[in-house]
Design a protein around this ligand. Structure first.
Ligand code: HEM
Length: 153
């Protein structure tokens, strides 16, 4: 979901309008790098989450991939697709058991990052809504005996 804002420019007496993406409004790639840095500051201290990472000592690629994905999602260049292929996030998260607890811990850190770094109320609201829905969508452990978590795909 993209939120588009119309800007009107006056040029030689003519009115031109253009739409800018949230990616542009927040300042482009550097914003998403800061957001992901702030998110991972929380993740590395979180015993529920950090055990899910294959190499917790080296999160360079994890940061990079999340930054590419979020920048792309919010209207920036298609860096994730170019470097990693189609996101297919649900499939990519199947190796990790994501229940209510993991989902909520993930959200604690991401929403803290959003609240700290996003000053515009509408953009903060749009990001919060997206992350809450997407994290629930990626939950793959229902807590019931039948669950799709950790199934090889
Ligand atoms: C809004 C929700 C989420 C988004 C947008 C998201 C996005 C991503 C992306 C883009 C990747 C990299 C995939 C790749 O390049 O192959 C990734 C990896 C990963 N995600 Fe998520 N994720 C979300 C929620 C969660 C949740 C709730 C958990 C569980 C606690 C989780 C745990 C992980 C783990 C463990 C990895 C592997 C990290 C690595 O080593 O690269 N994610 N996620």
């Amino acid at each position: 979901m993209f939120q588009l804002t119309c800007r009107i420019y006056f040029q030689n007496g003519k009115t031109l309008s253009s739409a800018s993406s949230i990616y542009e409004q927040v300042g482009g790639l550097p914003f998403f790098e800061r957001l992901v840095d702030r998110f991972y500051q929380g993740v590395v201290t979180d015993q529920v989450l950090i055990v899910l990472y294959e190499d917790p000592e080296n999160l360079v690629k994890s940061r990079q991939h999340l930054t590419w994905f979020l920048a792309q999602y919010w209207g920036g260049p298609m860096l994730f697709n170019e470097n990693r292929g189609h996101p297919q996030l649900r499939m990519r998260h199947m190796p990790f058991r994501i229940g209510n607890l993991e989902r909520d811990r993930w959200l604690v850190h991401m929403l803290a990052a959003v609240n700290e770094l996003v000053t515009d109320d509408d953009i903060r609201g749009a990001m919060t809504e997206y992350f809450v829905k997407a994290a629930e969508h990626l939950r793959n452990d229902t807590g019931l005996p039948i669950s799709s978590a950790e199934y090889p795909r």
